[in-house]
Design a protein around this ligand. Sequence first.
Ligand code: NDP
Length: 262
Amino acid sequence: MGIKSKVLIIGGTGYIGKRLVKASLQQGHETYVLQRPEIGVDIEKIEMLFSFKMQGAHLVIGSFDDHRSLVEALKKVDVVICAISGVHIRSHQILLQLKLVDAIKEAGNIKRFLPSEFGTDPARMADAIEPGRVTFDDKMVVRKAIEDAGIPFTYVSANCFAGYMVGGLCQPGYILPSRESVTLFGDGNKQSIFVDEDDIAAYTIKTIDDPRTLNKTLYLRPPANILSQREVVELWENLIGKQLHKTSLSEQEFLNIMKGFS
Ligand code: NDP
């Protein structure tokens, strides 16, 4: 094994970001986490950052509003992973990464950049519909900037976060399963790929020093995790020893619900 890259994680207190910090430390990388002054008195973020420090991470102060601070943070490391928010129903900051691309260009030392992706491959989502397609469109804008600048990259396509999708039996707006009923999309037989968030983080960190994934997309598709909604529901029914009452949602009804989230 060669020397492990030094890693800067941006968005380290986020949902996937905190797992990336943990995985980077566990896999023995010298790990830096951006500490943004904008978090102010967000005590939970500060506690989390200090817990990273206690586990061996270095905190490095920097802001997207301060180009020089980003450049200085980048100069400390070999690899940068950004996990900035990008969900239209929550917080969507994907295009802020264009500032990071500028800073990476100026720093000139970054061997690999992993932008905030971790979802469905945006290059395959040209036909995505609103609401929600903004995530894919913006991620493609960031990809173009990275590639135009000649920055070495890896894109991690992690498909569906299991925590978001499996617990709620794949129903938008649900995180926990009902013991009584479920609404199926159409016949419920379309398959999706569900990936555990800690596994996403572990494989993301594993890829950063792997020459096979340089300037490529890494697809996380565990064969056992490719399931239809019906199969997810059956797993839950087996666990609780009971059949759920099932109703079905048409395509148009589903689209109307999604509009409600925009
Ligand atoms: P979060 O919403 O948890 O936010 C991550 C971090 O973004 C925050 O902790 C914060 O970092 C940073 N951030 C938020 N707002 C700002 C801002 N205004 N300026 C600078 N930084 C900011 O993100 P997720 O973990 O949910 O999303 C990360 C990636 O995962 C996205 O690309 C998203 O599209 C993808 N995703 C994929 C899913 C899937 O099913 N495959 C589901 C959900 C997300 P800090 O305060 O630490 O600096």
